[in-house]
Unconditional design. Structure first.
Length: 123
């Protein structure tokens, strides 16, 4: 038999699913840190959205789900974790910019790591 093995699940690399949000829906924020009016009627629990970016807004990590609409990470399936999204894995780098050799064997594609989702002060 030739072709695709359909028994393998498709990895969705650029999608987040909303979870644990208010029953009234999740309010989106714009890049200036203001709530987008009526956005909670669009962003409901158990819906999935394509995301292109994650950034800090008002000190909170948020996923970009529209041109200028962001949803707090705490309301997604990625809350409290970091999922590596690099087929070859990623190399860890220390504060001096030096790579840890072989770390891509630990930080492999689709591996998940606990995160407290808080911004850290940089020295």
């Amino acid at each position: 038999m030739y072709g695709l093995d359909e028994s393998q699940p498709t990895v969705r690399r650029d999608v987040v699913t909303f979870k644990n949000g208010p029953a009234t829906g999740i309010a989106a924020w714009n890049s200036k840190g203001k709530i987008v009016p009526s956005s909670n009627s669009t962003f409901r629990n158990e819906t999935s959205w394509k995301t292109t970016n994650i950034k800090l807004i008002n000190g909170l990590p948020m996923y970009q789900v529209s041109t200028d609409e962001y949803i707090p990470k705490k309301y997604t399936d990625q809350a409290g974790i970091i999922t590596i999204n690099a087929i070859a894995g990623i190399k860890a780098i220390n504060s001096k910019g030096e790579e840890y050799k072989g770390s891509e064997k630990t930080f492999t594609d689709q591996s998940k790591w606990l995160s407290d989702d808080k911004e850290r002060a940089r020295n």
